[in-house]
Design a protein around this ligand. Structure first.
Ligand code: GLY
Length: 378
């Protein structure tokens, strides 16, 4: 099977790697370079039990993908020589006042009802577990199954592995037009195929996967409305932690989250801003994150600011991905709109898309993310 993947972020790279490893002839296209969209700004936290709210289908999707990570990483490390940091020491969500503590206790009750392992910590027990957390913290919720991953190196490893299996990647090039064609030869219908306009030429594929994140709405599919994906800006600080020990694991507060890297850096994310395709950093965004980080981890006041990154998260109206075949266009599959959880959901996304395209095996969970669900609601 000859497959085009539009977008070489974490999602496109993961699908390319999985499909190429199973013998597909994969061609990636990206308007920038691999991993240069939302992926390059991601802090890489794997935290479905913080990101999902009670009742959201994101819980089932996130839990399923989280369970795939250890094996996915082990298999990738065996294939690609590019090292990347991956850690499953859990996350610690911290409440700084009584109101936040009440909210966090409700989260603990919910996790208990769902049967998800967690630990409530306060006082000396909290500071013993994470000494850098503010002494005024009212409580903390440790979720041991969570983790984090170094995203830029992970994307590089996925791309290297995909290339080892023959995948190609053309950049920078924008694919703006996709059209599924049917034809008959001698009066007999032959399977449909897909035309892609790549720059000023047209390429033909058996199947196309649209994984262009926020830019997916610029990919027009003949006869189909614009995809309901819009960019939500996230600014992220890169701090160099002062001499004393870094926090041991990602620490979440109500106004920011922090992620330690083994090189002594601390990432602080992230703003949530509905400002269109604007990838600038702002003083207001940096100040918001700095204030929040210092309230959560007072040692951050002595850190140096090494940089600020910006990413545009691809958001859909219900904040769930558009993942699955496009209605009426079985040769076009969407894998976009992962919003805050593109990294977490990458192994699941790669697996369900690969099984769908190469084995004709639609995963039942694809019903949660059908790309046409908003058309029916109108
Ligand atoms: N996954 C966290 C964020 O998007 O900021």
């Amino acid at each position: 099977m000859k497959v085009a993947i539009i977008g070489a972020g974490i999602v496109g790279a993961a699908i390319a790697d999985a499909m190429a490893a199973r013998g597909a002839r994969v061609h990636l296209y990206d308007m920038r370079r691999p991993g240069a969209g939302a992926s390059q700004a991601s802090a890489g936290v794997l935290a479905p039990y913080v990101e999902a709210r009670p009742g959201s289908p994101l819980l089932a999707l996130g839990a399923r993908s989280l369970a795939m990570w250890d094996a996915w990483v082990a298999a990738l490390r065996a294939r690609a020589r590019i090292p990347f940091h991956y850690d499953r020491s859990g996350t610690l969500e911290v409440a700084l006042g009584d109101e936040e503590a009440a909210h966090l206790r409700r989260s603990a009750d919910w996790l208990a009802a769902e049967g998800i392992a967690h630990e409530w910590l306060e006082g000396a027990a909290l500071r013993d577990r994470e000494p850098q957390v503010s002494a005024s913290a009212a409580g903390g919720l440790l979720i041991p199954s969570h983790g984090c991953v170094q995203v830029p190196a992970l994307v590089a490893a996925l791309m290297a592995s995909a290339r080892q299996h023959g995948a190609t990647c053309e950049t920078p090039v924008e694919v703006v037009h996709v059209e599924q064609k049917t034809r008959s030869v001698g009066g007999t219908d032959v399977p449909p195929h897909v035309h892609l306009r790549v720059g000023d030429r047209v390429e033909e594929f058996d199947h196309v996967v649209i994984a262009a994140g926020s830019w997916s709405r610029r990919v027009r599919v003949a006869g189909v409305p614009v995809f309901p994906v819009r960019p939500i800006r996230g600014q992220l600080l890169h701090l160099s932690w002062p001499g004393e020990s870094l926090p041991r694991r990602p620490v979440w507060g109500a106004r920011c989250y922090t992620v330690p890297w083994p090189d002594g850096s601390l990432l602080v994310g992230a703003t949530v801003e509905d400002v269109g395709f604007d990838e600038h950093t702002t003083v207001a965004g940096v100040r918001e994150l700095m204030d929040a980080a210092v309230d959560l981890l007072p040692g951050a006041a002595r850190a140096s600011l090494d940089g600020v990154r910006v990413g545009l998260r691809p958001a859909t109206p219900d904040q769930l991905p558009l993942l699955g075949p496009l209605a009426g266009h079985p040769r076009i599959t969407l894998a976009t709109g992962h919003y805050r959880n593109g990294i977490l959901l990458a192994p699941y996304t790669a697996d369900v898309v690969t099984r769908l395209l190469l084995a004709g095996d639609p995963d039942p969970m694809l019903a949660l993310t059908r790309p046409d669900r908003f058309q029916e609601a109108r």
